[in-house]
Write a protein that binds this ligand. Structure first.
Ligand code: FAD
Length: 336
């Protein structure tokens, strides 16, 4: 257990939480970032590190993992204090301060809290296969960090949504063969991509539709074969190297629901002009916040990071006056 003093606790180290370290730092405000994942980067790293993003201003194309790397470099001068692998569980008030308790029992004394918690702590929906955990991260992956490992391999992809179809399209150029499994005839993914997928059917891509997953054979975490059944119960066995089930994610808001903040459909309601939640001193930005017209985009989250940070200033420094300055005027200040 550690006792930490800071000006602002940022809940979530996704792209928006990371940029908040910069915005606060530029105003001379110290922050501490907590994330339940073991790596920084939020959805960008956990879900689509190798996918190119096309709508980050001034980057015609940037891979999600590169965006996170650039944010990490941008906030370096502010020596960010990351508490990873731990969830923010409890928030309590002590006069003008908040006490934030993490799942590793760290206690952080802070003047403000900025919640940048995305969809909450998320995890993959796993197929109900016996002993699946023995194969996870060896031959079964729920998200892809390094696509080169599938080069010249035989893989099975299961699911009917965008992730399954997108990854089948993306990996088809490097794999030896892809078995694409879905339990319904119709795929839910974007029609234009489904059309592209059907065009690939042939030697390198086989559709196994409608089939259900039945069981896995293999040992020491290495899959030998995947056993599938059709709706009449007839069995089909496929020999594969890797299995990638994409059945979506379930995100869990978890403790955030207990912080007594006003919510709308499981998202925190904020005042758009300040990003304040219903409790003074607690702000919400990025995917976790909503207001009329909210767009769940990284660029919107960056703007909210600037708004919330400027609004924290008077609470952190009650005796100072905030003079708005461009970064071109003051440079990157760093924290003393
Ligand atoms: P997140 O990235 O979700 O990060 C939130 C972090 O908070 C997570 O790491 C989580 O572990 C942590 N957390 C949650 N609760 C707690 C807690 N109690 N304690 C500690 N930590 C907690 N956006 C675009 O702008 N352009 C795109 O092209 C684009 N493409 C996308 C493609 C895909 C496949 C997906 C899934 C999303 C895409 N997005 C895109 C959306 C974009 O990724 C999100 O808008 C962005 O990640 C939101 O950032 P965030 O920092 O608010 O939240």
């Amino acid at each position: 257990m550690e006792k930490i003093e800071t000006d602002v606790v940022i809940v979530g180290a996704g792209p928006v939480g990371l940029f908040t370290v910069f915005e606060l730092g530029q105003l001379g405000i110290k922050s501490c970032v907590v994330d339940c994942l073991e790596e920084i980067g939020g959805q960008c790293i956990a879900l689509y590190p190798e996918k190119p993003i096309y709508d980050i201003p001034a980057y015609p194309e940037i891979k999600a993992e590169d965006l996170i790397l650039k944010l990490k470099n941008q906030i370096k001068p502010f020596k960010p204090n990351f508490l990873l692998n731990q969830k923010v569980e409890k928030i309590s008030k002590d006069n003008n301060f908040f006490i934030v308790t993490t799942s590793k029992k760290n206690l952080i004394n802070t003047k403000c809290i900025i919640i940048a918690a995305g969809n909450g702590s998320f995890g993959p929906n796993k197929p109900p296969l016996k002993n699946i955990e023995k194969f996870e991260n060896k031959s079964i992956f729920y998200h892809i960090k390094n696509k080169s490992m599938f080069k010249n391999k035989i893989i099975a992809i299961a699911g009917g949504g965008d992730s399954a179809v997108d990854w089948a399209l993306e990996l088809s150029s490097i794999t030896k063969k892809i078995f694409f499994i879905h339990r319904r005839k119709k795929l839910r993914a974007a029609p234009s991509n489904v059309e592209k997928l059907y065009k690939l059917v042939g030697e390198k891509l086989e559709l196994i539709i409608p089939f259900q997953l039945d069981s896995i054979n293999g040992k020491n975490g290495i899959i030998d074969e995947l056993i599938l059944k059709d709706l009449e119960g007839s069995e089909k066995k496929i020999e594969i190297d890797y299995f990638l089930p994409f059945f979506g994610l379930s995100s869990e808001l978890g403790p955030i629901k207990e912080w007594e903040l006003q919510m709308e459909k499981n998202i925190l309601k904020v005042d758009q002009s300040t990003c304040k939640t219903s409790t003074d001193g607690i702000y919400a930005i990025g995917d976790i916040c909503t207001y009329p017209g909210k767009l769940k985009l990284i660029l919107t989250g960056f703007s909210e990071a600037a708004i919330a940070s400027h609004n924290c200033f008077n609470r952190v420094f009650p005796n100072k006056v905030l003079h708005f300055e461009y970064s071109t005027t003051k440079g990157v200040t760093g924290l003393k």
